[in-house]
Write a protein that binds this ligand. Structure first.
Ligand code: GLU
Length: 516
């Protein structure tokens, strides 16, 4: 079906619909029944925080409205593809707990989900635009375009194509084609782009034709440019709402002209304000720590990262720490998205992680996951160390609320939990002359109580027992025990150490380190 083009003017939407000229493949979108949103990154790099936020808001919007969340890879810029980025982007969404319903990996009703596999659709659309006169072949050489650019720069103007090939006659075009002259296809930008209502920024108008030259929509290599490909795909994938970064707001006028020229109903647009560092500077990809992989490898929980990202004042009535994805879905309101840039305070991430790690340790299923993860980490760090699940679980429960990251447990200050420290008697002798008495009291306490202590009861008992050592202050006795158990003067309470290590191991360590 051709778009309607009469004497240089596009038919109005109403007239077009009334005459049935529009091409309609997505009745669900047009009837407004189904929400379908997409995250459309280019695999020219790995997923970063800005991308994760766009994906997250799409996910929240889809789930809130019982719709579908699509991952589409915009891989048409072949020269900039980064090996492994495509797979990694999907891995990261899965890691983050916001998996797409339709994607390159999982397929779906509107696939394929990589633009490089959908070239036929762009060719059909480009041909329809050529046929209706909404697009034209441009034979300008790279040299000519370069000259235009230089001239503009010299005159301190923004470079733009001068639309020269708009005016080629059919005969001239035929002649160039018969000589096999290379060409691209450009979209004929009509003057007077209509305003549109962005769901975040409100009424927006950008008369794109007055500031830009006609854009290339199909390149010489047969690949589409972003503008054509995203319009064609959003249409064929029945996308109902486009939630994307505000950097695309200005391009939307161009996209709407393309929808109009193709006779398609556009989706609704919602542009998300930029995500910046807390000082307002640009999140730079060069810092390395904006890539999601960095957070995975540093042992952060996805819940903490998502929670932090949504706490920059957009999409929610109030900021609140500790929200899970389910809570985010419930509370998310697109209408609450502000137009101010969102300032991300990454220094707060450890605290967000502490809160979520505490919740994970409390949850039975999540705790099992943490135990498994820690077992793997310990095996890596301590050369095939095999530890009992119950032992690891006990340690997690005891350290709950104190740990910011699971990986903290691999730091030297916690090594005593996994390997016996080497403590010399000389190290301890200076602490008290009553070391042997202290040891015997605590060993007996442990031996005589196999019913198990809580932190509280053990603390109480220690205090009671150690009153019997007259010449040693309680704090010195504690220091002695702490060094004997862990090789360290600082760390968790002695009661916690004893409970973490368990009765048997604690007794062995005390016997080894302290004199009889
Ligand atoms: N490929 C574009 C990007 O990576 C997608 C923009 C859009 O969502 O339309 O930003």
């Amino acid at each position: 079906m051709r778009p309607a083009f009469i004497r240089g003017k596009w038919l109005s939407r109403t007239l077009e619909l009334a005459t049935g000229l529009g091409r309609r493949t997505c009745s669900s979108r047009e009837s407004g029944r189904e929400v379908r949103v997409r995250f459309a990154p280019s695999p020219t790099g790995f997923l970063h925080l800005g991308g994760l936020r766009t994906a997250l808001y799409n996910y929240l919007f889809a789930k809130k409205h019982g719709g579908a969340f699509i991952l589409r890879l915009e891989d048409t810029d072949r020269s900039r593809l980064v090996p492994g980025a495509a797979e990694s982007i999907e891995d990261m969404l899965e890691w983050a707990g916001i998996p797409p319903d339709e994607s390159p990996r999982h397929g779906g009703p509107c696939g394929p989900y990589e633009q490089s596999k959908r070239l036929d659709l762009y060719h059909v659309a480009a041909q329809a635009l050529l046929d209706s006169g909404a697009a034209y072949r441009c034979f300008c050489t790279p040299q000519r375009l370069e000259l235009l650019k230089r001239e503009a720069m010299r005159n301190r103007q923004t470079p733009r194509y001068d639309n020269r090939c708009r005016h080629l006659t059919p005969k001239q075009v035929e002649e160039k084609l018969s000589r096999n002259s290379p060409f691209v296809i450009r979209f004929f930008l009509q003057e007077g782009a209509q305003p549109f209502q962005d769901l975040v920024y409100g009424w927006t108008q950008h008369d794109v034709a007055s500031v830009e030259g006609d854009p290339v929509i199909l390149k010489g290599d047969g690949f589409p440019t972003y503008h054509l490909a995203n319009v064609v795909d959003d249409h064929h994938m029945c996308v109902s709402h486009v939630l994307r970064g505000a950097e695309w707001l200005i391009s939307t006028a161009k996209h709407l002209l393309l929808y109009q020229a193709l006779g398609w109903q556009p989706p609704q647009f919602a542009h998300l304000p930029l995500l910046l560092n807390k000082d307002g500077s640009k999140l730079s990809k060069r810092q390395g720590d904006i890539f999601i992989q960095h957070y995975v490898h540093s042992g952060y929980l996805s819940d903490a990262l998502l929670d932090l990202i949504t706490n920059c004042g957009s999409g929610f009535t109030e900021n609140q720490m500790g929200r899970t994805v389910d809570t985010l879905i419930q509370q998310y309101e697109l209408g609450k998205t502000s137009t101010h840039s969102a300032l991300l305070d990454l220094d707060k991430l450890p605290e967000f992680n502490r809160i979520h790690l505490t919740r994970w340790i409390e949850g039975t299923e999540t705790r099992v996951q943490l135990v498994g993860q820690l077992q793997v980490l310990l095996k890596d760090t301590y050369k095939d160390l095999e530890l009992d699940e119950k032992h690891i679980e006990r340690i997690l429960l005891l350290r709950k609320g104190h740990l910011c990251r699971l990986t903290d447990l691999l730091s030297p200050e916690y090594s005593y939990l996994w390997v016996r420290p080497s403590v010399t008697r000389e190290q301890l002798q200076c602490l008290t002359s009553e070391a042997s008495k202290v040891k015997n009291l605590v060993v007996r306490l442990l031996q005589e109580n196999d019913s198990g202590f809580t932190l509280e009861t053990l603390n109480g008992e220690l205090r009671k027992q150690l009153k019997q050592v007259k010449d040693t202050k309680y704090s010195s006795a504690m220091k002695l025990l702490r060094v004997a158990l862990s090789g360290q003067e600082h760390g968790p309470s002695v009661a916690e150490m004893l409970l973490s290590l368990g009765r048997q191991e604690s007794i062995v360590r005390l016997q080894n380190a302290l004199p009889d």
